[in-house]
Design a protein around this ligand. Sequence first.
Ligand SMILES: Nc1ncnc2c1ncn2[C@@H]1O[C@H](COP(=O)(O)OP(=O)(O)OP(=O)(O)O)[C@@H](O)[C@H]1O
Ligand SMILES: [Mg+2]
Length: 268
Amino acid sequence: MAKSKLIVHNLHKVFQVDEGFGRFSSITAIDNVDLEVSEGELVTIIGPSGCGKSTLLMILAGLYEKSSGDVLLDGTPINGPGLDRGVVFQEFALFPWLSVRNNICFGLKMKGTPVSEHDRIVRHFLKMVKLEEFEKIFPHRLSGGMKQRVGIARAMAYSPELLLMDEPFGALDAQTRTSLQQMLVDIWAETKKTILFVTHSVREAVFLSDRIVVLSRRPSKVRKVIEVRLPRPRQRLSEAFLRHEEELEELIAAELSAESETQEAYPA
Ligand SMILES: Nc1ncnc2c1ncn2[C@@H]1O[C@H](COP(=O)(O)OP(=O)(O)OP(=O)(O)O)[C@@H](O)[C@H]1O
Ligand SMILES: [Mg+2]
């Protein structure tokens, strides 16, 4: 088995919420989550809305503090943002004041990559996301799908150890989404990067993943880990693909119905 890239052990996250008038309440978002991702693996996380998926990714990105537990990347604790991680979030916009090229160069400059290398790297990653012609364009002239492609190029260009993606294709139309899923799989196959990808879409999870981690409703625990052993390129209409989809739908439906029972037991 490949070596563990990312280890999440007993992760717990409680938000303290200021209710005003000196009152505070707490929300437990993550409850003892354990997760291991191997080098070069593509793992997706799926679970009911509000269960803590983005919170988990924000902790891994170093943008939220954990309450307790261990989070290790290559054996080193994650204690803040760093260039060993690349981030592509749905709402994580490009820098609007920078051209496509300079958006991609941003991480390279932060990392201290020699300027003489920038041209080659920018071209290489723009080619990967099929946007070679758009180097000088500013983000406001790009479509949603193009922005996310630049986002992927930007996150990949400085060669992070782990790519964190939080519903990066969630706001796109079905056709663009499907083509970006294929593009991501191609980029992953070429770069052999480790990817942790959050999605709401069962179909997206089955198409992309080596393994799918199903989280429970909040506070999230790992409900089940499903290995997807389907050969690539994956056929979305094959019987085995549809069987995986069905299994996931059932697991998530069970979590959602458990949620509504809880809500009924504690009416507002
Ligand atoms: N900064 C914050 N302060 C307080 N509570 C928060 C904060 N961020 C998230 N939460 C709460 O933590 C819980 C988990 O939120 P999170 O955004 O991680 O869910 P999610 O699984 O990503 O949901 P979705 O699928 O809808 O994106 C929710 O109850 C949310 O209200
Ligand atoms: Mg979210």
